[in-house]
Write a protein that binds this ligand. Structure first.
Ligand code: THU
Length: 127
């Protein structure tokens, strides 16, 4: 699956976001090293701090299916161009990739832009 197709999946799943509080919908689609894909959207709660980001929702599905090596993630929000992952999601992505080589794909106008996780999360923390 190419990165344009990955973005299409992220766009599609963003339509299922449950975001009645922030009204900020997000969809994510992760591509694993073995070529499988998993989608996720954000879902919020009246107890605001319990919101789950789209990226972590998608990563959770990959993990549950036994896939823990992520190669790329496409992220889309209809509310914002260049919707890069929040700090918490950057750290979670770091956990499941090799040397922060993971590609983070976002939409800017009608184009896609690709960042390396190493650019978005410099000097990352590991144990
Ligand atoms: N959100 C994501 O889903 N991913 C991010 O990387 C940034 C934030 C969600 C969380 C919350 O539901 C809404 O966007 C506003 O913060």
């Amino acid at each position: 699956m190419n990165y344009e197709e990955l973005m299409e999946k992220a766009i599609e799943v963003s339509k299922n976001a449950y975001a009645p509080y922030s009204k900020f919908a997000v969809g994510a689609c992760v591509l694993t090293e073995s070529g499988k894909i998993y989608t996720g959207c954000n879902f919020e709660n009246s107890s605001y701090g319990m919101a789950i980001c789209a990226e972590r929702n998608a990563i959770g599905s990959a993990i549950a299916d036994g896939e823990n090596k992520i190669k790329a993630v496409a992220i889309y929000s209809p509310n914002q161009d260049n919707c890069t992952p929040c700090g918490a999601c950057r750290q979670v992505l770091h956990e499941f990739c090799e040397n922060d080589e993971l590609d983070v794909i976002v939409k800017v106008g009608s184009d896609i832009k690709v960042y390396k996780l190493s650019y978005l999360l410099p000097e990352s923390f590991s144990l």
